[in-house]
Design a protein around this ligand. Structure first.
Ligand code: PLP
Length: 601
């Protein structure tokens, strides 16, 4: 099989192109010259896992000798098709030993691909590994007399019909205008925000900077992680520069001061969620770690074969996998609450699924994909009536709206510092004291004990029983500062500001042909707007937006079961926080129109 575009041509073209927009456009263009892969090869077996988009790769043998291989691959993302075109140009028609010896990393460096497509470097590596694995098998085996379908991972293909695979098939680059900065679309006038966004933005050093190409940053990836104000950064610098020490161990002055700041951070968390006592606040490395703590410590002691854990179809993997692991350990069953076609939890089904067997329900307060604000009060009430314990994944809730664990009768609540302007590496597990008291320690080691003898140990009191080893001292202090910052603004105001931005985003994006928002109306959701676009892969959209300085996230957002339920494999998500502006929402909408133009739709 001839390659779509020969390598020397790709090299020459890339050598001439400096501008990332031109380079990306060229990548898309060569991707378009790839012959499509027959549908029957698009099987799970032929998928290359590890790529953000879906990629299938198969190989065929050229009539020899010598033994030469050709690879065929396809993806549902245009930029990935471009990368495939580069790989095929590099490898096709070579002998297995030549494939294995080919300096592919040098080629990537020469073409500056890692800088152009940083998000796809894992996928690129996965594709190269698959190609090399196939070449290794071929190198180690004798050429079969006839095509042998057992000799995996070689997948023999019928010879391809000759066709015009020359460049520029209907998409000449000259027709494409250079990318212009997105124009600002403000749309309908919106209610004024209750917060002074301009003043807030001045607190965030990163929002004062421009990207490497001079583009202003439009940061709309807050559901993944937020930015930090100077006050939070300074609080951590101050800790390291003036009083850092380990906590709760030594009696010297630094240790006392460090411990006091660490405990003050715990008190800030307690106030934020209105827990009864700071002993109910456990610092963990994040939401994921907090949920794992409950699954291991509470789950292993309270759940047995035949019991049920009830989840919903809109959970993040962090609130799925720990329960699946618990099921593997104990033999319990996971049940799934469906969602309705208007992106809400099916409450009737939820009630039907609850039974005396249900030991725990684990639900997200706000979906990280749909933005749906779930009726957790109602769900907690019926779950408690059925005798189940309730864990709330509040990773997308605590940073954005008031949450009162006592008023809402929550048993366990988990959230992360980095999603609320604190540093990464710290999060919180709130647990009702009666529950935490009866749970065994999760990790063993220093600080979580009262006494250790050769015979055994006696665990420390709460909360230290669950904070084994040196805890996340300075990140917790930074998180405490972030909470103070949020409380000064007021959680109601944060919520009102995000609702205003979400309404604006819905109004502007709804006007774009082919764009479909996944999620309920703004009044029923947090500041998350996730969408799909006819005929354009989310991965390509995010790259096209990134070229305009707009940071969004594309992919399954760690919610594969939800995406499967929606009948898609990926989506694009814009997510807002208190420092985002109406103008930035306008840039997102304008950026989407530009993305459509770049991607030729
Ligand atoms: C709803 C939800 N749960 C859990 C998590 C996991 O949080 P972390 O990665 O901070 O542990 C996330 C992060 O995206 C999330 O959005």
């Amino acid at each position: 099989m001839a390659v779509a575009v020969p390598l020397h041509e790709i090299r020459a073209e890339f050598a001439e192109l400096d501008d990332p927009v031109d380079r990306t456009t060229y990548l898309i263009e060569i991707g378009r010259t790839l012959p499509p892969l027959d549908e029957h090869f698009k099987t799970e077996e032929n998928r290359v896992l590890g790529c953000q988009a879906r990629v299938w790769l198969v190989a065929e043998e050229r009539a020899g000798p010598p033994r030469r291989l050709d690879f065929l691959a396809d993806s549902d993302a245009q930029i990935v098709r471009g990368l495939i075109a580069v790989l095929l140009a590099a490898f096709n028609g070579k002998m297995p030993a030549e494939i294995l010896a080919f300096p592919i990393d040098k080629l990537f460096a020469e073409l500056k691909l890692p800088a152009l497509v940083p998000m796809r470097s894992n996928g690129l590596t996965a594709m190269v590994r698959r190609i090399q694995a196939i070449a290794k098998v071929a190198a180690a085996s004798e050429p079969p007399a006839k095509a042998d379908s057992e000799s995996l991972p070689l997948v023999p293909l019928k010879p391809l019909a000759r066709e015009d695979r020359s460049r520029g098939n209907g998409h000449p680059r000259e027709e494409q205008k250079p990318l212009l900065p997105a124009t600002i679309v403000t749309g309908q006038p919106q209610a004024a925000s209750p917060i002074d966004v301009a003043a807030i933005r001045r607190d965030f050093p990163i929002l004062q900077t421009t990207l490497a190409d001079g583009c202003p940053l439009v940061y709309l990836d807050n559901a993944a992680s937020t930015q930090r104000p100077k006050q939070v950064i300074d609080s951590m610098v101050e800790a390291y520069e003036h009083y850092y020490s380990n906590v709760h161990r030594a009696g010297h002055r630094l240790a006392v001061e460090s411990s006091a700041h660490y405990e003050a951070a715990r008190e800030s968390v307690r106030q934020l969620i209105n827990a009864r006592s700071p002993t109910e606040i456990i610092f963990t490395p994040g939401t994921t770690a907090a949920i794992n703590l409950v699954a291991r410590s509470w789950g292993d002691t309270n759940v047995k074969a035949g019991d049920e854990i009830l989840l919903t179809m809109m959970e993040h993997h962090s609130n799925i996998v720990p329960w699946q692991e618990l099921a593997q350990r104990t033999g319990c069953t996971i049940r799934w609450t469906p969602i309705t076609d208007d992106y809400q939890i099916d409450l009737d089904a939820f009630e039907r699924l609850l039974s005396p067997k249900t030991k725990l329900i684990a639900i997200t307060a706000v979906s990280n994909v749909l933005g749906t604000i779930n009726p957790i009060d109602q769900m907690i009430e019926v779950a408690h009536a059925a005798g189940a314990v309730v864990l709330i994944d509040a990773a997308q809730a605590v940073p954005h709206e008031p949450i009162d664990v006592r008023a809402r009768n929550v048993d366990f609540l988990a959230f992360s510092g980095h999603k609320m302007m604190g540093p990464s590496g710290v999060g919180v597990l709130y647990g009702r004291e009666e529950l935490l008291d009866r749970m065994p320690p999760f990790l063993g080691g220093g600080s979580m004990i009262k006494r250790v003898t050769t015979e055994g140990f006696e665990p420390a009191d709460l909360p230290y029983k669950f904070e084994a080893g040196t805890p996340v001292i300075v990140p917790a202090i930074g998180m405490g500062k972030a909470i103070q910052y949020l409380q000064k603004i007021g959680m109601q105001s944060v919520r009102a500001h995000e609702l205003m931005l979400t309404r604006q985003a819905h109004a502007l994006l709804a006007d774009i042909p082919g764009l479909r928002i996944l999620g309920p109306e703004p009044e029923h959701k947090g500041g998350i707007v996730t969408f799909v676009m006819d005929g354009i892969h989310p991965d390509d959209i995010s790259k096209a937006l990134d070229l305009q300085g707009i940071a969004v996230r594309a992919g399954h957002h760690c919610a594969m079961p939800l995406h499967e339920r929606l009948g898609i494999t990926a989506s694009t998500r814009a997510s807002f926080y208190l420092y985002n502006t109406v103008e930035e929402v306008g840039k997102l909408a304008a950026g989407m129109r530009e993305a459509q133009r770049i991607l030729g739709r």
